[in-house]
Design a protein around this ligand. Structure first.
Ligand code: HEC
Length: 320
């Protein structure tokens, strides 16, 4: 199983995301970057690159051609939004190389790209232990990690733009029947020491945007402080956060690859518990080659997730 499964839902969702990126471009530009018109062109190059990738996939190739230009990367924190363009990457950042034990490809891989710390420096965006990083992929997948976890992991995040094992392209990632290219950006981690088991490093591919948020603010809708929390609910929340939140939102907070599960109706208001447990344990036993990975039915954790889902149903936010 992949470290995360997040197949592209459809071309349309990729188009929506890129359109969003285009709008971001118009809003703000990093000091000294290209004028808006040229930034637009760069994002269009990225878009046509995506379309070409899909056609390549149809021909079942295992590597993809790569557009010469580096796509735009949007970085934001609150009202501040920066878009790094091809020119920013090439002229203001140092291109580096890493070799990592890759949990998505399940082997050692070499990439060229940029250290995330350098990218944040160039963008002029700062963070501290009260923040989380959120990484959004073209298909609505949304990975997040607390800055404290990054620090405790001792791992160094790296934004890969080229796969050095597939010169001129990317080795594709097999996902069900599909072969996906991780372009435009693939977040990988260089580790010195083993990562503590309670920390899950995200390896999002097809990444297009990074957001820095406050831990409490990002968590508030998912785990509002309330007297009725108990151990089961707390464990269930942690399990959901690590395994589900990248694809599903609750109270509209979380990934948008899968459906929202709390508003206006909590999933348990229209699905029967027994069926739901079977579905979460093994979605493909309901819908062949489901985009949702099997969670399995082992031990307590599935019941914990169900308890948390029931609990969050008592803490809805307006669904507008
Ligand atoms: C890689 C993305 C992904 C992850 C991770 C994921 N899901 Fe899903 N989930 C989906 C998608 C996409 C669907 C839509 C149904 C389908 O394609 O089978 C779905 C459907 C569902 C449904 C069914 C909704 C319905 O009634 O049709 C439930 C419930 C659900 N997911 C819960 C979970 C839980 C709980 C977890 C974590 C243990 C989880 N999902 C992890 C993508 C994901």
């Amino acid at each position: 199983m992949l470290a995360h499964g997040h197949p592209r839902l459809s071309n349309q969702s990729a188009v929506n995301e890129v359109t969003h990126a285009l709008q971001s471009n118009l809003k703000a530009k990093i000091q000294g970057s290209l004028p808006g018109g040229i930034a637009l062109v760069a994002a269009c190059v990225a878009l046509s690159g995506c379309a070409r990738d899909t056609r390549d996939a149809a021909r079942d190739s295992t590597t993809s051609s790569v557009a010469g230009a580096i796509a735009d990367l949007t970085i934001s924190k609150g009202p501040i939004q920066r878009v790094l363009t091809d020119e920013d990457f090439r002229q203001r950042l140092h291109l580096a190389t890493v070799e990592v034990e890759d949990p998505v490809y399940l082997k050692r891989k070499r990439f060229s790209g940029y250290w995330l710390s350098d990218i944040f420096d160039l963008a002029g965006i700062q963070f501290d232990r009260s923040n989380i990083w959120m990484f959004s992929a073209l298909d609505g997948y949304q990975a997040r990690i607390a800055v404290t976890d990054v620090i405790n992991s001792k791992a160094k995040p790296f934004v890969a733009v080229r796969d050095l094992d597939a010169p001129g392209g990317w080795e594709r990632i097999k996902q069900g029947k599909e072969w996906l290219s991780p372009a435009p950006f693939y977040l990988v981690w260089q580790t010195q020491t083993p990562v503590p088991p309670n920390i899950k490093l995200p390896w999002p591919y097809q990444m297009a945007a990074i957001q820095i948020r406050d831990v409490d603010e990002a968590q508030q809708k998912l785990f509002p402080k309330a007297d009725s929390r108990n151990d089961t609910v707390t464990r269930g929340f942690e399990t959901f956060r690590k395994n589900c939140l990248m694809c599903h939102s609750l109270n509209l907070e979380g990934g948008v690859l899968g459906p929202e599960l709390n508003v206006p109706k909590n999933i348990l208001e229209y699905r029967e518990t027994k069926m739901l447990k079977e579905f979460i344990a093994n979605p493909s036993s309901f819908r062949a080659k489901s985009k949702m990975p099997a969670f399995g039915s082992s031990g307590q954790s599935l019941d914990d997730v169900l308890s948390y889902l029931a609990w969050i149903g008592q803490h809805k936010v307006p669904a507008d």
